[in-house]
Every structure is written in structure tokens, then in C-alpha cells.
Design a protein around this ligand. Sequence first.
Ligand SMILES: [Zn+2]
Length: 55
Amino acid sequence: MNRNESQRTIVICADCGSICAGNVTPDGTVRSIGRPDGCDCGSREFVLPTDSSVG
Ligand SMILES: [Zn+2]
């Protein structure tokens, strides 16, 4: 595991909750790979899924 490289993960649109492929950089920046121009809803902010958001 190289801490200097982004880690591939699943990300969720912060606005509508749409799920797509993404990555997170070592400093915690979340980016989407599947939607590089932003979500279909117009949001460009993506977050990591958390257990507390389920349910
Ligand atoms: Zn969205």
C-alpha cells in the first residue's frame, strides 16, 4: 500500500446519493472516476459511504 497514491473506492454524490466509482487521495480529497464532469444532478461534490448513513 502506497500512501502517496489515491485509493480506488466507491463514492456517493453528496446531493442525490448516486453511487459511482471514485478514489480518495491520501489527504482525504474525494473524486469521482465514473463521473469526472460531475453527477447527472449537477453536483460536483462526492463523499465516501459510511455505515451511519445506512438505515
Ligand atoms: Zn447527484
